[in-house]
Design a protein. Structure first.
Length: 65
């Protein structure tokens, strides 16, 4: 990160510039993007397919005793 006063490079973990002792701005934390799991619409579609399969099985292959 460069110093806003003297434009000297400083490591990101420094609180002040090593040359001019100007306080360094804090870097903004990056937002983590959710990458694990499935989107909510996927679960809705899967539940509908499951319900359709169960109804089709009961309709086409009824249990007779």
């Amino acid at each position: 990160m460069n110093c806003p006063n003297c434009n000297t490079w400083n490591p990101d973990d420094k609180d002040v510039c090593w040359r001019c002792q100007t306080p360094m701005p804090k870097p903004k934390p990056t937002k983590k993007k959710r990458t694990t799991g499935f989107p909510p619409w996927f679960w809705v579609v899967m539940a509908m397919l499951f319900a359709l399969a169960m109804l089709a099985q009961c309709y086409f292959f009824p249990v007779t005793l």
